[in-house]
Design a protein around this ligand. Structure first.
Ligand code: MG
Length: 242
């Protein structure tokens, strides 16, 4: 893409972090984006509480959390934020009811610690599933309740309804009356694939190499080299426009 993207959509973990942690480089990334009159929209699997943290502490107007289930925007006046669930109430109720049933029907099961602040999805630690050895029964239960699920390296995540990073990006583009071709998406992993498939302009930071061979949808451009991993890759890419 020739011009600086109007909106820089970016994954958080493994993309805007440095060795998995918050980095001072984040401030350099924000500065470049602001200098180019663009905006950063973080699109992450983290719970809604992270949107409130990011919107409160940084000059950011929109954060998408829960893998695309929640879209939060900064407000002025009496409310600091507006949290918009991107699934309907019926799906949120189905998730809550199914979660309660799951916990009562499977002895020893516990939700992940970060499930507490989640609205549109929940997770179970995979380590725990190994000890209770009921994977197949749990998955059959979720299917019977029309609950979608996926496995990350640490969690069995589950949700009700159609949630994806792509869908949440489309929602925000509509809100801003902006074309996806004028924007970009940056990510590093399998849960970014829906955005890589959708966006004309997308970038993978160098650590994407770990999952590249098993990806169905790859970013249009992949950065190479140890110095272009995670947020260092993001910084390199954004600097390439000047
Ligand atoms: Mg990631």
């Amino acid at each position: 893409m020739k011009y600086f993207p109007k909106i820089v959509f970016s994954d958080f973990d493994g993309t805007l972090t440095e060795q998995g942690k918050f980095s001072p480089v984040f401030f350099d990334v924000l500065k470049i984006i602001q200098q180019n009159k663009s905006e950063l929209v973080i699109v992450t699997g983290r719970p809604l509480s992270w949107a409130h943290f990011l919107l409160t502490h940084f000059d950011i107007n929109c954060v998408i959390t829960e893998g695309g289930g929640m879209l939060s925007v900064k407000k002025t006046g009496t409310h600091f934020f507006e949290d918009i669930p991107l699934i309907d109430k019926k799906n949120i109720a189905n998730l809550e009811e199914s979660t309660q049933l799951l916990l009562s029907q499977f002895e020893g099961i516990q939700l992940s610690e970060d499930s507490a602040c989640r609205v549109t999805d929940r997770a179970i630690d995979l380590g725990l599933l190994e000890t209770i050895n009921q994977d197949a029964e749990i998955e059959a239960f979720l299917e019977s309740r029309k609950i979608n699920f996926s496995r990350s390296n640490v969690h069995l995540n589950f949700w009700s309804g159609n949630i994806s990073k792509r869908k949440s990006i489309e929602h925000y583009l509509k809100m801003k009356d902006t074309k996806q071709e004028d924007c970009t998406f940056i990510g590093d992993s399998l849960n970014d694939e829906s955005a890589f498939e959708f966006m004309t302009n997308s970038v993978g930071v160098a650590n994407i190499i770990e999952v590249e061979s098993i990806m169905k949808f790859r970013p249009k451009e992949i950065l190479r080299g140890d110095d272009k991993k995670e947020i260092q890759g993001v910084l390199h890419y954004l600097r390439s426009f000047s």
